[in-house]
Design a protein around this ligand. Structure first.
Ligand SMILES: *[C@@H]1O[C@H](CO)[C@@H](O)[C@H](O)[C@H]1NC(C)=O
Ligand SMILES: *[C@@H]1O[C@H](CO)[C@@H](O)[C@H](O)[C@H]1NC(C)=O
Ligand SMILES: *[C@@H]1O[C@H](CO)[C@@H](O)[C@H](O)[C@H]1NC(C)=O
Length: 423
């Protein structure tokens, strides 16, 4: 896991970042995947599956119904690989190969981005009394390449799907991923902050945010701006909806670890504007996994250049997943790419990160330029950052019941969707 140490690095962060283009082999090679021998898998698929399952701690008993069912899905996922004439090849396989597309979609996505009939995003602007700030980087000259990963500001790669629990809360992970970077840039401390607080507490009208049923990072960032956010260790991730254990409002009790100061929209369908923002700090993007869910699911590195998925209009809606853009650059072969941080664990992609084509025009590859935004942090907030008072804090109770039924929460969501275009 890439949990970087604490370090005061504001001066460094203010310096213009300018990196040489990445050498493709070096940048895209590393992984925590399972290396599958294609020859072995062809000769003994059950044995190869059992090894893969052991590698990822699945614990399926050999010969059980579950083993057989998962083996079937796994072989289906790998069908392209097993059908190819690659006698001796070793191919990387991540830990999602035994999940079906629908199962994966329910557990791993969850961005809710309201759109009108033309696919124009209807967020941005006002959420209750909250307002998105006007874009602040229009005069920035973005450098040719930026990568925030070596700068010791990015929090740990996390996994929104733990212990077999389905939670469509990518929006909370994208929010927290961005918040962790902004807090580290302002305070020099890389903290791991609480997604579960957003899942439990950032709910109902006028927000979109519906815990494990989906949400929007704009609402999440605005929630943190109003309420602060706790440490992951104080308010740990449960991968399910639970009761909010935080009173709202900045002055309420709790071990509030960090604060933000608002949300900014990035001009849409404008990758230059996205470069400007990402050159200043990591930013959030909503993407479309849509019909390309299998390619997302089994991604193990390299530029995600799936035919159809990355051309503007190929898959730009609905925007159903959210990630953090932590860099961009150009390969030695001249292909532009974005670097995105995902919330699907470190075994997925390149240690949890992915590379997506850049400068494809329109709404960008996978729609990533359709509705990007960023968190605003004006500096260290004496009231909000690291205001940790252990005496007033009680640990969440993981066994607590839901406050609202799923149907109630979904109907709140559609009420919100119906009013948004008028905002
Ligand atoms: C993209 O945004 C920048 C400012 O951030 C602006 O100067 C430029 O004109 C925009 N491009 C388009 C095509 O709108
Ligand atoms: C997952 O399971 C492990 C082992 O039982 C447990 O320690 C951990 O707290 C669980 N995590 C969640 C989020 O439920
Ligand atoms: C992943 O999915 C893509 C698109 O469906 C396919 O071409 C590729 O072979 C798959 N890779 C693996 C390892 O299953």
């Amino acid at each position: 896991m890439n949990f970087f140490g604490w370090r005061s690095c504001c001066a460094l962060l203010l310096a213009v970042l300018c990196a040489a283009p990445l050498a493709a082999g070096k940048a895209f090679g590393d992984s925590h995947h399972f290396a599958l021998s294609v020859q072995r898998a062809k000769a003994d698929p059950r044995g190869a599956f059992a090894e893969w399952a052991a590698h990822f701690g699945r614990g399926y008993a050999a010969g059980s119904d579950e083993f057989e069912a998962r083996l079937g899905v796994w072989l289906h996922t790998l069908r392209h690989v097993l059908a190819a004439p690659l006698a001796d090849a070793m191919v990387p396989v991540n830990g999602f190969a035994d999940l079906g597309d629908d199962e994966f979609r329910a557990a791993y996505l969850g961005q809710v981005t309201p759109e009108d009939d033309e696919g124009n995003v209807a967020l941005g602007g006002t959420v209750g009394k909250r307002k998105a700030e006007k874009y602040r980087y229009e005069h920035v000259q973005p450098p040719a390449a930026v990568d925030w990963r070596p700068k010791e500001i990015i929090g740990p790669v996390k996994d929104q799907h733990v212990n077999g629990s389905a939670c469509g809360c990518c929006w909370a992970f994208a929010t927290i991923g961005t918040a962790e970077c902004m807090v580290a840039m302002a305070t020099g401390k890389v903290l791991s902050l609480s997604e579960q607080q957003l899942i439990d507490c950032d709910r109902g009208p006028p927000l979109y945010d519906l815990g494990c049923d989906g949400g929007n990072f704009e609402g999440g960032i605005l929630y943190i701006s109003e309420n602060g956010i706790d440490l992951e260790s104080d308010y740990p991730y449960l991968a399910k909806d639970s009761v909010c254990r935080r009173a709202s409002g900045k002055k309420k009790e709790g071990r509030r670890a960090a604060a933000l100061d608002g949300f900014g929209d990035i001009p849409r369908a404008n990758e230059t504007a996205l470069m400007q923002a990402v050159s200043q700090h990591p930013s959030t993007v909503a993407v479309c996994c849509g019909p390309f869910i299998e390619a997302w699911r089994n991604y193990t590195g390299g530029i995600f250049d799936i035919a159809g998925a990355t051309v503007p209009g190929g898959c730009t809606r609905p925007l159903d997943h959210a990630l953090v853009a932590v860099g961009y650059g150009t390969t030695a072969q001249g292909q532009g790419f974005w670097v995105l941080k995902n919330s699907w664990g470190a075994h997925w992609g390149d240690r949890g990160f992915m590379y997506v084509p850049r400068n494809t025009g329109g709404k960008g590859a996978c729609g990533l330029a359709a509705a990007p935004g960023y968190a605003i942090k004006k500096g260290v907030n004496a009231e909000g950052d690291a205001l940790i008072d252990a005496a007033t804090w009680s640990k969440p109770d993981p066994s607590a019941a839901l406050t609202m039924s799923r149907a109630e929460r979904l109907s709140l969501g559609s009420a919100r969707a119906a009013i948004t275009p008028a905002l």
